[in-house]
Design a binder for this molecule. Structure first.
Ligand SMILES: [Fe+2]
Length: 259
């Protein structure tokens, strides 16, 4: 059975959310009511050859082909191609059944890929949006270079289940700590350190301030020239945020977290 079908059929217990990692910062979340939310899905090899001299060949297999993808909410944190991938969006067959949400530069990509205007929702830090049983609040992220100055993250409240903070790509800033007020149960954080993203050490500092129950590293697995060992993050988390549990997800395998 295809992974998309498995996700559609997966039963999520009450007060819980199920997560599937598809590589880099790409996840699908499922609520107990069945709502599917994706973030930063990169389901092609479109970054390959984008930066001369860098090997950005895709390492993680495409676990769901774009034309198979069927989610209710398609969210993006910023418009770098590994987060708002035009080719992934171009290939979606169910474009007209989804809501597409992201900062304005991502909305421009949605429009350029012929997503219906009425399905596009612009997001920004502190803006709160509700869709069925999912509430999404934009968070601050510090741009990592001047190719896109509209980075952000999201805090998702999944029904009566957990709250998950996805950092998006971000440089280090004390303003990231303000997410503590949202009391997220899980932080999904970049750890690669390259291209001015949080390093494993900085990510552990941020988790120490925000104090989630669980931290999940991402954005270290996809490209040969932008990979790090997540065990470094596990080690620094143990030092800087010893009360925060660590979990490394396996690509394409469900992970259920309840409150
Ligand atoms: Fe990225």
């Amino acid at each position: 059975m295809s992974l998309m079908k498995q996700i559609r059929e997966f039963a999520v217990p009450r007060k819980s959310v199920a997560l599937w990692w598809l590589g880099q910062s790409g996840y699908i979340f499922k609520t107990s009511e069945g709502t599917l939310t994706s973030v930063d899905l990169y389901l092609t090899d479109s970054c390959n050859g984008l930066a001369p001299g860098m090997d950005l060949t895709r390492k993680v297999p495409v676990l769901i082909e774009p034309d198979e993808l069927d989610v209710d909410l398609y969210t993006c944190t910023h418009n770098h191609q590994d987060h708002t991938d035009p080719l992934t969006i171009r290939g979606l067959r169910n474009k007209d059944t989804m809501c597409f949400l992201g900062p304005h530069p991502s909305c421009d990509v949605f429009r350029a890929e012929n997503v219906e205007t009425g399905r596009i929702v612009a997001a920004w830090p502190q803006k709160e949006m509700e869709f069925r049983d999912v509430t999404i609040r934009g968070t601050f992220a510090l741009p990592t270079d001047d190719s896109d100055l509209n980075h952000m993250g999201f805090v998702y409240q999944f029904g009566s289940g957990p709250k998950i903070y996805v950092t998006g790509d971000t440089d280090y800033s004390d303003l990231l700590f303000s997410v503590e007020k949202q009391k997220p149960d899980i932080v999904i954080t970049v750890i690669n350190g390259g291209f001015n993203n949080l390093s494993h050490w900085e990510a552990a500092e941020v988790c120490g301030k925000i104090k989630p129950k669980l931290a999940i590293p991402c954005h270290y697995d996809m490209f040969p020239d932008n990979s790090v060992d997540p065990k470094q993050f596990r080690a620094t988390l143990g030092l800087r945020a010893p009360d925060v549990a660590y979990n490394e997800l396996e690509h394409g395998k469900p992970y259920v977290f309840g409150v």
